[in-house]
Design a protein around this ligand. Sequence first.
Ligand code: IDP
Length: 135
Amino acid sequence: MSDERTLVLVKPDGVQRGLVGEVISRIERKGLRLASLELKDVERSVAEQHYAEHSERPFFGELIEFITSGKVAAMVVEGPRAIAAFRQIAGGTDPVEKATPGSLRGDLALETGSNIVHGSDSPESAEREIKLWFG
Ligand code: IDP
């Protein structure tokens, strides 16, 4: 199967808790590869574009405040079925109700609003997000 690329973020909670290494370790142990990696301050306009699909949701303001509250580790991750494979590693959005034990969110997070990582959800999102974060 040909390789795919996905955009992964370790969100400010993950960076502050020192979990960047843990996230990278799980990505690499799965067999995926890092193609780019950068620690970034998040501009509001980038955050708003990144989460544009949620702009009408009641939690949008909170989401933008949170993602701009500290540095994120942004990476391009590649490998066969990288998009679905990273979402499996991440676990479901709600760390308690949806993420299973063994996933990053299932093992390491409690709140939906601070769930450690982001991973693109489709090839179209991945292309858009990689362009937004890495130009
Ligand atoms: P995903 O990150 O698992 O793909 P999305 O539905 O795309 O989930 O939501 C983006 C992010 O918005 C989530 O990771 C989570 O941090 C936040 N979020 C989603 N739903 C809620 C909610 O109901 N309350 C607060 N934050 C939420």
